[in-house]
Structure formats: C-alpha cells, structure tokens
Write a protein that binds this ligand. Sequence first.
Ligand SMILES: Cc1cc2nc3c(=O)[nH]c(=O)nc-3n(C[C@H](O)[C@H](O)[C@H](O)COP(=O)(O)OP(=O)(O)OC[C@H]3O[C@@H](n4cnc5c(N)ncnc54)[C@H](O)[C@@H]3O)c2cc1C
Length: 580
Amino acid sequence: MSGRLVSSGIRLPKYVAGDGRLDLMKISLSSHAQRQTLQRIYRQRSQHRQFHVSPSQAAKSRFDSPKSEKDESRFAAAKSKKNAPQSTPEPNAAQDQGEPRVTRKEVKRERTKILLEQREQKIRELEAQEKERLEQEKQEEERAEQERQELKRLVKEQLGLETENPAKEEKSRSEQSSNVVRKIFFSGVASAGALVLWEMWRFAYSTEPLNDQKFSPFEIVDRQQVSPTAFIVTVKPVVSRLGGLASQWKLAWLETLQHKLAWEGTWAVEIKQPELQVARDYTPLPELDVLRATNEYDTRGRIELFQLLKGLFSPQQSIPTFKFLIRRTEGGEVSSWLSRRKVGDTIELRGPHQSFNVVARAGYKEAEEPKRVVFLAGGTGIAPALQAAGSLFREHGQTLKKMPQVDILWANRSKEDIKTDNPVIELLEKLKEMSRGKINYVCVVDEEGRFITANDIVAKTQITPPRKSWFWNSSKAESTRSKDDVNCYYHSSKHLITSAGEDYEKVDGENPRRQCACPVGRPSFKNLLMVSGPEGFNNHFAGPKYWADGKERQGPVGGVIGELAKKYPSLASDWLVLKL
Ligand SMILES: Cc1cc2nc3c(=O)[nH]c(=O)nc-3n(C[C@H](O)[C@H](O)[C@H](O)COP(=O)(O)OP(=O)(O)OC[C@H]3O[C@@H](n4cnc5c(N)ncnc54)[C@H](O)[C@@H]3O)c2cc1C
C-alpha cells in the first residue's frame, strides 16, 4: 500500500487527509485487506485522538461512495453536511458551523436519484447504439441491391438482351401478362371440354343401346318371309329419343361393337317375349358392309377409333341394324310370338353372348399354313356358319393367302328355304365372290332326298384313311399322335370336351381374349369341323352336349363324326369339333 509520512512519523494511506481526517471519497472497502486497513486506521485514531471516524462510519462510507466523478462533489457536499454535527469542531472547520444538517434519508434519496439518472443515461446510450446498427444494416442492404442490379445488367449485356429500352421492357412485360391470361383462359376451356366429353362418355357407357345385363329396346324396321316357316327381321336401336350428340355417340358405339364382334367369331343375343317373360337366343347375320371394312382398315384399334369419330362428326349417321333369320316352331313360345311382330313394333334384346373365337382356333395371320373349316348347318344354323366365315374373312381378307378354306354344307327341309332371292343365299354368294372361292357352300334339301352324309364330311375335310404298310402300322402312329394333344384352351380336344363355348371369359364386364398356351411362338392352329342346327341335327352329327355346373358343355364327339374319327385318326388329332 502506498502512503504518505506525516509529522507524527506514521505512514498514512492515500484516503487520509493531511489534517488526519478520512477522505471518504477515496475509501473503497471492496476487499478484506481494505477492511483491515480501516481497522488499523481506527486503532491509530484512538491512539492519537486525531481521527474522527469510527469503524462503522468508515464501513458505511463504502456504500455512500459516489458512482461517478460528476456526482462526486454533490455527494461529498451532502456527506460533509451530514457528518458535520457528529464531528468535533476543528479550529479550521468553524466556517461550516452555520450550515443545515443533512439527514440520512436525504442522502438515500439523492443516491436513488443519481442511480436513476445513470440508468436513463445507459438506456439512451443503448438506444443510440441500436439506431446506429439499424442504419448500418439498411445501408448494407442498399449496397447489396445495387450490386445485384448491376450484376443483372451485366448478365443481360453478355446474353445480348436489350436493357436500355424501358419501353420495350414494358411491352414485353405486358405481353407476358397477356400470355398468362390467355393460358389461363385456354386451360379453363380445355378442362371444361374434357369434363363434358368425360360426362358424355360415362353417359354413353352407362346406358349402352345393347348390353348383357338388361334388355334394351329395338324397333323392327324390316320383315321378310323367306319360306313358309322362316322369316328375317331387321331391327335398329331405339335411341332417337335421347337426341343430339348423345344418341350419335351411342350409335357410333354400337357400330363399333358390331365391327368388333364380326371380327372375333360367333355370338348371339337374347330376344324377350314380354307377355311370358321368357327369352331365347338368336344369331345375328353378318352385315356385308361390316365384313368389307377389312379391305380399308387393317387394325382393330384404328377401326374402333374410326367408327367412333365417324359417328360423332358425320352429319348423316348410319344407324347400325341387326338381322335375324328365325324359324317359327309350332307351339314355340318366342319364335311364334316373333312371327306375329310387324314393322314398327318394338322388341327387347340382351347381349351380346360370344361363344367360339374361330380366328384364334383356326389361325391368325401368323399361321404357318392355312387350315380348313367345314361347317355342317341345319336350317337357321346357317347364321353362325356365316358369322364364322365372316370373321375369318375379316382376319385374312386383305391377302387371302393364309385364309382357311371354308366349306359350308347347309341342309334344309324345303326348296323354298334356298330360293335365289333368299337374303341368306345372296349373302353366301357375296362371301364366295369376295373371298375368291375361299368360302364355298353346298345346299341339300330333304324334299329332294338329299342329306349331309359321312362321305360329304370326308370329302370336305379331305381326311384320308391311314396307310397300311407291311413294316409300319401308320394307324397306330396316328392314334398315338392324337393323344399328344397340346395343353391349350384353344387348341386341345381334351379341353374342348368340358368347354361351355366361352372363348371370351367374363372379367369385370369385359371379354378379354383367352391366352393360347401352345409352345411360345408356335400356336397349333387346328382345322375346325363345326356343327350348328336344331338339337336333333347336332346330336346326329356330333353327339349330345351335357350339363354340368349350370352350363351346357360340349361333351365327347359322337354321332357320325365320332364314327368317322375311329376310321380316320387325323380327324381326332388335327381337327376340333365344335358344337353350336
Ligand atoms: C346360341 C343359339 C343361337 C340360336 N340362333 C337361332 C336363330 O338364329 N334362329 C332361330 O330360329 N333359332 C335360333 N336358336 C334357337 C332358338 O333359341 C329357340 O330355341 C327356337 O326359336 C325355339 O324357341 P321357342 O321359344 O319358339 O320354342 P320353345 O318354346 O322353346 O319350344 C321348343 C320346342 O319344344 C316344343 N315344346 C314346347 N313346349 C312344349 C311342351 N310343353 N310339350 C312338348 N313340346 C313342347 C315346341 O313345339 C318346340 O318344337 C338358337 C339357339 C341357340 C342356343
């Protein structure tokens, strides 16, 4: 500790005045050492009776010490006033005797006042600092923005874009905004259009003019008696009351369906007798226009799209019609009722019900060699024969190279059934001409004593008896071959026995094609021997069908053909016998 020597020889600290009084302003008892010092001073004062400060007063002065130099004088004055009456009057302190006494409260108030002023000062300083900081930040941002703008300008210059023409910039800005408005407008129009089309599509499909769930009305537009017992009725869908685009759409849809069905094989629809609430199957005759379409359009997808677009936009919409060849059976519930219907009457149809996919079984365009198809038709059974021939023509009509040879043997009771003006005969003739003889037909009439015989079948199928050789029993070889049947739904005779004639499996209302399970890339297309007519006719030639699990199934081949298969093993191995 630094100090001064007084006359008494005692070294005094710096806060002891020359006259021996304590200079309270210089006392700071912040440490233990200082407290020790104060105690020592007190002891010295009691020894020399020269000092007037008690240890408690000294300790108090620690708290009373002013915080800044500015307040020091004021504080010292107040302190001296306060201490004046307590201290012993000194010869040189006579001048203070007349001053008023300062209370402890006043000191405290003064001190609080000073502290408040200090705090306010501090707040003002902080506010000033904050303001300065914000000002700096703002300046920084402005500088950065300027730099950005400058950079943009430089980039535009580098890319060769105009920057100096504000009018141009303004123009391009307005063009951009008008483009945005245009885009919004057109996308709105497109969405509305799509919505309308979607609704139309839903409407068209929700109420198809022909579907296999419920009966739809059709109007008889033509009726032609072709023999004493057989007649042809032509019907068209009743959709006109829907009017406008919706009915156009429906007609186009029906026309597309007609094309699709004609391409795929045999199919029928049910016709309802409303008084008795019973229905029977009838087979639509193929439409020549539909069959001819094959020469113009080669793919299924294109023709469907074409039909739909044509139907939608052609002002004179052709209305698709269906023709049925019906024989009135005496006492028959539906056929008799139908025979009494006139032009303008309405009948109800449900379907289509597809059966055999003739093209898949006999061969698509990719078949290695053309196959043969022989059809034994009795009476109205000619309708599925025409469908089968038509679908093969649709598949191969363009080149006819891979087109199977189709031979139809048509048996009728009376000569009147095969008159030349009979539309069915006209249709057969037309197909023969269009296919350049690939589709052929022969008519036999009971009245003339001519029937379909086993020899006719052998001649048309061109099957040959097994060759007999002294070193090789070929009949044995052929019968072995017939057992090596492929395990394929379309091309296996074994599968056919249990088949219910559903080549188009129903899945979710759709009729997807079944898959050929022959070795990949080598479908074993088969020759087809098809039998279609009244039950007795079918049983006579191919044997009866049988019922299982609620469905009528093909059953084993019997009758005339079954007998032939025993003599001609190739009939069993190379031919599929389909009963319609
Ligand atoms: C897939 C398929 C397609 C067909 N396509 C055609 C076609 O294009 N054209 C066509 O004309 N036919 C077709 N038919 C046949 C047709 O479905 C009917 O079977 C035929 O028209 C006779 O029906 P119906 O109601 O007139 O006679 P039904 O009432 O069924 O009577 C049939 C026979 O049984 C007799 N009969 C009826 N009730 C009795 C009784 N109580 N006692 C004794 N005998 C009785 C009748 O006299 C009649 O000979 C097709 C059949 C199928 C399965």
